[in-house]
Design a protein around this ligand. Structure first.
Ligand code: DGL
Length: 259
């Protein structure tokens, strides 16, 4: 059976990339809800509807697990999906705890979508783990739009980031938490604006570890001929130009993965 990796758009490819390396003999369905991206600037109710429709489609494909490779969708829709379907649903949240565990004295800046930044889930995470009030949050919705049009580094991207980061004294920070899967593509552009004391932290490896753990617990890990079927919303990607677009994202991920 296949594993589904779901995102509002192409950000989830960064989780798929990690999952393929950790589970090289599994088969995947990658679902980018290209008809409805971006999620992060919509209402939670609208996002819940999009996620429910995507899950209906994926469950009908008889997948054995769904990775919600989207912090925004996890924030507002994962509990409802878990109540509705009896299969492992692995969500994501900004890896602020990981960043605090790795340093714990200097500040941490979480960048994510407006829904994630303002959401109750993020607030609970901070109340639970940020006892010393070290975590700051910043919404960067335009990065999702830049990512969807494959504009990873340009004068416009750098100007946007520079302006957004200007209020923060970044010399006081140990980490930049990439709390949206669309943001991984921008590591090179971000690096030019961050001091050397800041490193990138994301939740991709932890999410894939949790996927493996849940599959192993069910005896559902398999050794299959690896494959990925790509879907934009409910449509299978078969067109060469669309596949080439996906390949360019995967190429960028291979460049930025270890930064
Ligand atoms: N990739 C998504 C996330 O991790 C959200 C992007 C969007 O649709 O706004 O939050």
């Amino acid at each position: 059976m296949k594993i589904a990796v779901f995102d509002s758009g192409i950000g989830g490819l960064s989780v798929l990339y990690e999952a393929q390396r950790a589970l090289p003999q599994e088969q995947f369905i990658f679902f980018a809800d290209e008809d409805n991206v971006p999620y992060g600037t919509q209402t939670p109710a609208a996002v819940q509807q999009h996620v429910a429709a995507a899950f209906d489609f994926l469950v009908a494909q008889q997948v054995k697990a769904i990775v919600v490779a989207c912090n925004t969708a996890t924030s507002v829709a994962a509990p409802a999906m878990r109540a509705r379907y009896d299969l492992p649903i692995i969500g994501m949240e900004p890896a602020a705890k990981l960043a605090l565990d790795e340093d714990g004295t200097r500040r941490v800046l979480v960048i994510a979508t407006p829904i994630t930044v303002k959401g109750q889930k993020m607030q609970l995470l901070i109340d639970r783990f940020d006892k010393d009030h070290l975590v700051d949050r910043l919404a960067l919705p335009e990065l999702v739009t830049f990512a969807e049009r494959q504009e990873f580094d340009s004068p416009a991207v750098r100007a946007y980031l520079q302006q957004a980061l200007a209020p923060f004294d970044l010399t006081q920070y140990s980490a930049l938490v990439l709390g949206c899967t669309h943001f991984n593509y921008f590591k090179p552009a971000l690096r030019t604006l961050l001091p050397a004391n800041m490193r990138f932290v994301d939740g991709n490896a932890g999410t894939v570890r949790e996927l493996r753990r849940q599959l192993a617990a069910r005896g559902a890990l398999e050794q299959l001929t690896p494959s990925v079927a790509y879907y934009y919303s409910g449509r299978r990607v078969t067109d060469a130009a669309e596949q080439a677009r996906i390949d360019r994202y995967l190429q960028q991920l291979s460049l930025v993965h270890d930064l």
